[in-house]
Each structure stands twice: as C-alpha cells, then as structure tokens.
Design a protein around this ligand. Structure first.
Ligand code: TXA
Ligand code: MG
Length: 335
C-alpha cells in the first residue's frame, strides 16, 4: 500500500503502525528504509525476515530531531552508553543529515536491532517526511526506528517508493504501508563513522567527505582497519543488480565497443565521456557532478537492469574525493 506522505493522515497511520509493531516503508534523504520500532524485538525480527538479512548484521536506529538544536539528545541517551566529544561534534555539525555514528550501546536496549553487537548505529535523518514520522511515532512512545535500506539483502538500495514496492512485492500487495515522499535527494546511503574507539574511523563513505568530517570534529578520521566493526554495506559484493556491472575507463570502453562492433546486444552503458556504441545499447549519461550522479545512481542501475541486459558497463568515476561514495557503491556493485 503506497500512500502519499503529503497527507498528514498517512503519516499518522504510519506512526500508529510503528507503535503497533508493524513495518513501514520510510523515505529518507539518502535512500528508503524499511522501518520498525527499534525497541520492539518482534518487529525488528520482521525486518530481518523481509530482507533475508542475516540476524547478525546490525541496523541503523533513526532518531527524531526534536524541537531544540540538539533535540535528538533524548534518543541518543536512550540508546548510547557513552558519547565521545568528537562524536558529539559530528552530531552538532551534521544532524539532521546523512551521517550515521556507531556508539557504545546501552546494555539491554535495541539488542536485536544492533545484531547482537555491543554498539549501536544512530542517525538523525534530515528528510521532512522521515522527521514527521519519527516525531509522530515518538509521541506514541517510540524512541527510535530501526531501518535498513528497503531492499532485499545484497540488492540495489531503493530511492523511490515504487522501488520499495518492487523489492517487497508480496508485502506491498499485502498490508505493508509505504510512505511516498518522492525521490531521495542524496541517493546513496549515509556516511558511517565508528565512534566506539578513541578516534573516529570511516566505515562507509557517503556524500560527506573525510575533510568535512575532520573539520567538524577537529581530529583525523582514519580509514577502516581490521579492528573496525563489520558492516554489511562494507561487504565486498553488495548493491548488485541482476546484470553484471563492469567498471572501465573511457579508453577501455571505446576499445571494447570497437571490438564488438554491431554485436553489442546484452550490454548497457552508463558513462560520462562521449561514446558511440551500437544503436541497440541502452544507455544513460553519467552526470559530471558527483552529487547529481549519486542522486540517480541506484535508479539508473535498476533502469538499465530492467532492460534485461547481461552486462552494465560503467565508466570509472573521476578521482576527486567528492566521488568517494559513488565510486564505493559502483566498486561493490561490480565485485
Ligand atoms: O542512509 C542510510 O544509512 C540508510 C537509510 C535508510 O537511513 N540505511 C542503511 O541501512 O543504509 P543498511 O542497513 O542498509 O546499512 C546499515 C549499515 C550496515 O553496513 C551495518 O552493518 C552498519 O550500518 N551498522 C549498523 N549498526 C552498526 C553497528 N553497531 N556496528 C557496525 N556497523 C553497523
Ligand atoms: Mg543496505
């Protein structure tokens, strides 16, 4: 069931469902999430079941922003045992927004959502519909909402309500309520920073650059290492469409099309550089701007995949740090 989030009654209905332990498809500025009350173990189990996600892969808990400048504090205190100063600085700088912080978990709360880890991922999303829903749910006693991306495990994340319905056909034809808040403005998942050790560690790149994070918290943000917590979004193969994704630079792509000539059936193309593949090749032009590319990336992968091709050839993104998030998702889709 798809309901327009423009209708306040739809937000109320969705909040009511969360309070009752049902799942809700929720738009955020990054991607759509499959949401449940983070403190309701039975409801959170339903998320794992619907996604086919292993129970030890932790979910992110989403918090209402509240009405004051650090109105998320109530939620943070409910779930986190300790908030280091650098983590507090990151919250101040980027919340509400596309940033998830991994913090030491308060014992006895949200254990199922946290996949059994002694830490918990917290994020205060900026999307007005997500915030309206979180606020309405909080008014019904929901402290936080666990929500992974609303796709089946290992697949491409959804950036529209229709994508969510596509991922969970049976549930969507049944009684799953999906709030339609339009296309997600960021388009790739939040940046994740581990704050469980004395220094911040980047677990998953997103649209915030390391330089932005470092400027806000006044400390170097390290690359992930062996001791870093596992994160399913950091599995090598993820975000995979049915077709195989292959990354090549412009020269390699041109050479490959030259070899194929008119026999390029079964191949789709997503590239920035001018290219003249055979006419039957489904293609989309990759924007020159990283934010624009991120916004459309998952929708384009779905669209090209839906043409039934065997291979999606993608031009390697440029070097700049602003492309880190897009490059990361493409490398995983290609793995
Ligand atoms: O933008 C986003 O973050 C979206 C929207 C819906 O908010 N959510 C999202 O959730 O991407 P998901 O489940 O697809 O990815 C969450 C990532 C996973 O890689 C998970 O392992 C990691 O966050 N994560 C969550 N809690 C963690 C924890 N306690 N320790 C380590 N990693 C954690
Ligand atoms: Mg995901």
């Amino acid at each position: 069931m798809l309901l327009s989030a423009k209708d306040p009654a739809a937000i109320d209905a969705a909040a009511q469902r969360l309070a009752e332990g049902s799942l809700v498809g929720m738009p955020t500025e990054t991607v759509y999430g499959l949401a449940a009350d983070a403190d309701n173990a039975t409801a959170v189990h339903r998320i794992f079941e619907a996604k086919g996600r292993p129970a030890d892969h932790p979910l992110i808990v989403h918090l209402a922003a509240g009405s004051s400048a650090s109105g998320w504090r109530h939620g943070v205190d409910h779930y986190a045992r300790d908030v280091p100063a650098f983590a507090a600085a990151l919250m101040q700088a980027f919340w509400p927004g596309p940033l998830t912080l991994i913090l030491p978990r308060r014992e006895g709360v949200a254990a199922v959502a946290a996949g059994g880890q002694d830490s918990v991922g917290l994020r205060c999303p900026a999307h007005p519909v997500a915030q309206a829903l979180l606020k309405a749910a909080a008014a019904r006693g929901v402290n936080g909402v666990a929500a992974p991306s609303a796709n089946r495990f290992g697949r491409v994340s959804p950036t529209t309500a229709a994508h969510v319905a596509e991922e969970f056909t049976a549930l969507a034809e049944g009684d799953l309520l999906i709030l339609d808040g339009g296309a997600c403005p960021v388009g790739i998942e939040s940046t994740i920073v581990d704050c469980t050790r004395p220094h911040p560690v980047l677990l998953r790149p997103g649209m915030l650059t390391t330089a932005q994070l470092e400027a806000a918290c006044g400390q170097p943000v390290r690359e992930r290492d062996e001791a870093a917590p596992r994160a399913s979004g950091t599995l090598e193969s993820h975000y995979a469409p049915r077709a195989k994704v292959r990354l090549m630079d412009a020269r390699q792509l041109r050479a490959a099309f030259q070899v194929l000539g008119h026999d390029a059936k079964g191949i789709a193309l997503y590239a920035r550089s001018a290219m003249e593949p055979a006419r039957q090749v489904p293609r989309r032009r990759m924007p020159d701007d990283a934010a624009a590319a991120a916004r459309e990336l998952f929708a384009v992968l779905r669209e090209l995949d839906a043409t039934g091709v065997r291979l999606i050839w993608v031009e390697t993104p440029p070097e700049g740090v602003e492309w880190d998030g897009v490059r990361d998702r493409l490398e995983r889709a290609a793995a």
